[in-house]
Structure formats: structure tokens, C-alpha cells
Design a protein around this ligand. Sequence first.
Ligand SMILES: O=C1C[C@@](O)(C(=O)O)C[C@@H](O)[C@@H]1O
Length: 138
Amino acid sequence: MKIQIINGPNLNLLGLREPSIYGSESIDSYIEQLKTQYSIIEIDYYQSNVEGELINKLHEVGFSYDGIILNAGGYTHTSVAIADAIAAIKTPVVEVHVSNIYAREEYRHVSLTGKNCKGVLTGFGLNGYRLALESFLK
Ligand SMILES: O=C1C[C@@](O)(C(=O)O)C[C@@H](O)[C@@H]1O
């Protein structure tokens, strides 16, 4: 089984960025733990701060991988183009947010991308990535 994790803008700074909201664990060490814990799954990790690069990655893996876990960061609330890319590909996408977007500013309550996803996990911290991974095993 091949799973692609895609993180969008500012998520390279997880661990450093607003730790009261996003926690203090770095994403790189978290991904390493996931790879160790789920060694039977091929887990690839990609991060970009650039909208078009996220779309290119969705196209690249979206016809061959078994699942995509996407945290599009702030683009979640603004990007028609990423929502269209999710609709265009074959691989199911699970959307993840580290924070609970519904408990935050009103402009974060709308996810343009979530509608085209298999499901959305929000507010479980970094554990959301593991829960999303588990959802592909069932
Ligand atoms: O960059 C992010 C991170 C986020 O996607 C999350 O993981 O909680 C929530 C978004 O509103 C925000 O812009």
C-alpha cells in the first residue's frame, strides 16, 4: 500500500509555529515515527508552500497511490484550484487539520477542499495524520 502525505503552506514550521495551537513536535520527527510504526505501508511525505506545487503533487500521485492525506493549510479556505485537483484525481483524499478549524476564526470554518475528500479530521493534533492513515487500512 502506498500513501502520500501532502502538507501545504507553513506546515514545515510545525513544532516552531504557534505551539499553543499546533503543538511543539516537529513534523519531520512525527513522520519518521509513522514510517517506523507502519513499516508495511510505503509512506511518502511532501510539503510545499506553493499552491501550484501542491496541485502538481496531487496529479503526480493521484492515479497510482492508494490514499492521500492532505493538509492544505490556509489554502483549505481559499483554493478552488486545489479543490478541483482533488475532484480530478482517482486516489481518495483524507483532509487533516492539526487544530480544530471550527473552534477558530470564522474564515477557517469553511473548507473548500473538504467537500471533495473522503473525510475530514480536524483538531486531533498531529495524531490526525495517524488516524487518517488508519482510515485507509480499514
Ligand atoms: O495553516 C493552517 C493549519 C491548519 O490546516 C491546521 O492544520 O490546523 C488550519 C488552517 O486554518 C491554517 O491556515
